[in-house]
Design a binder for this molecule. Structure first.
Ligand SMILES: [Zn+2]
Length: 457
């Protein structure tokens, strides 16, 4: 025994050591959530009288009440009459710093960021969340988007050659990005080198397509189709007008959005089956399609939930600016609204074909309130034909699958302790996801009212 070790035998220190050892096994850091109905994210039916044990930021055990003992000294929280769901995952977000606590207040504990600013500032924000220096959701980010030339947004990286495409992926891998996002002007000739590099570096590729049809991109190996972009081109006999319209971003969006209404059921179903067979995921963001089809309705700017958006958040509030830039008129909105039925039908067909659907909001774009808009997406997914439990799965386990993050998206032993406690059961009515009693993030309980006080004071 070394002299150093023998000094520990001093009675006071020994006591301290014993205490330290004992506290490792004590139950004082266990939280027991007792008596709720549990929708665990797996896609299974709700389980009544659930017991969830949480310790050190993780879920230790999930059982029925009285099936396993609650450790002595555990903090027992009575959640009888409540419903527990996993923390929600927004699979399509453009995270702005002001929105961090809004996500949490709405039960969104993970966001899949698809590029808003520079790669470095996105990574800095993610690090702030992870370190706890800013209270916010878990964030996985693409860094800046990769676009064709000229890029739609100045913050994106424009690529013209295979070498530039590879380099853009490399730079993101080095910076610490979790995935890669390609945008509407990215061209088909660069798909192979980009995907080759991304595969080598194990970065999944999210695609908001414009100049490539969805089947071509999915067969080449992109991980997800954002907004279902490229589906109209894939389902049309002649995709050229759609691909060409994307020379200019808004013209591309407008042409494609109207194009949905021209598709017939057989082409839609065939395209959905073809896409599902490639294992590509879709993030439909029905809430974007819905909001843009109702941009002429001024009451949306004052709907409940908009009070969460600061006056300075132009990205959400600048509807007038978007209307000016697009020049959209009543006839355009009518055409967009006619397309909504076909978009819903595509979601149904894709589901029927076994495709992976993940819920995403596209906040903080126009009218899309960070957090709230994911709940609106859930309601729209149900309106499109998913069951409430399937919609919830799209915002939990399916989102985790898309992120390749096995510890997220479910309330099960070994997963992280991110969950939402609701005052009502969303399996009966999906709108119940908005009735949030409290949220657990990394094992810590957060109350929406307390979070709201931090930004309304
Ligand atoms: Zn987006």
């Amino acid at each position: 025994m070394t002299p150093r070790a023998s000094r520990i035998s001093h009675p006071g220190l020994l006591l301290l050591l014993l205490f330290a050892l004992a506290s490792c096994n004590s139950s004082s850091d266990v939280i027991a959530l007792e008596g709720a109905t549990l929708i665990d994210g797996s896609g299974g039916e709700p389980v009544r009288d659930a017991l969830v044990l949480v310790t050190q930021g993780h879920i230790q055990a999930v059982a029925r009440v009285n099936e396993i003992p609650v450790p002595r000294g555990a903090q027992v929280v009575n959640v009888i009459g409540k419903t527990i769901i996993p923390g929600l995952i927004d699979s399509h977000a453009h995270v702005e710093r002001w929105a961090a606590e809004r996500y949490l207040a709405w039960g969104v504990t993970t966001v899949r960021d698809l590029g808003a600013s520079s790669t470095d500032s996105a990574i800095a924000l993610k690090n702030d969340f992870d370190l706890g220096s800013v209270l916010g959701p878990r964030m996985l980010t693409s860094g800046a988007m990769i676009d064709g030339a000229p890029p739609t947004y100045g913050a994106a990286t424009a690529v013209r050659t295979p070498a530039e495409a590879r380099r853009a992926v490399d730079l993101r891998a080095v910076a610490g990005a979790d995935h890669v996002k390609i945008y509407t002007k990215f061209t088909a000739d660069l798909l192979r080198p980009l995907l080759d590099e991304a595969t080598t570096l194990r970065l999944p590729v999210a695609a908001h397509l414009g100049k490539i049809d969805a089947l071509t991109a999915a067969r080449a190996g992109v991980a997800s189709l954002e907004h279902m972009a490229g589906v109209v081109a894939a389902a049309s006999r002649d995709p050229t007008p759609y691909l060409r319209a994307h020379d200019q971003f808004l013209r591309g969006w407008t042409t494609e959005e109207k194009g949905w209404a021209a598709l017939d059921s057989a082409s839609l179903a065939r395209t959905a089956r073809g896409l599902a067979a490639t294992r590509v995921a879709i993030v439909p963001t029905l809430v974007v399609h819905e909001m843009l089809s109702r941009l002429d309705n001024p009451t949306l700017l004052s709907r409940p939930g908009m009070e969460d958006v600061p006056a300075s958040a132009a990205s959400v509030r600048d509807v007038a600016g978007l209307l000016r830039r697009t020049g959209w008129r009543t006839a355009d909105f009518q055409a967009f609204r006619r397309s909504r039925g076909r978009q819903n039908q595509f979601v149904r067909e894709f589901k029927r074909a076994g495709g992976l659907i993940a819920a995403g909001s596209d906040a903080a774009n126009q009218l899309l309130v960070p957090g709230l808009s994911l709940h609106e997406e859930l309601s729209l997914l149900v309106a499109a034909g998913l069951t409430p439990v399937e919609a919830l799965t799209a915002a939990t386990r399916k989102g985790a699958e898309l992120l390749r993050a096995d510890s997220l998206g479910r309330v099960a032993a070994g997963k992280v302790a991110d969950l939402v406690v609701l005052d009502a059961n969303p399996a009966a009515n999906i709108a119940a996801t908005r009735r949030i009693a409290w949220v657990m993030l990394r094992g810590r309980i957060l109350y929406p009212d307390s979070l709201r006080r931090t930004w309304t004071k």
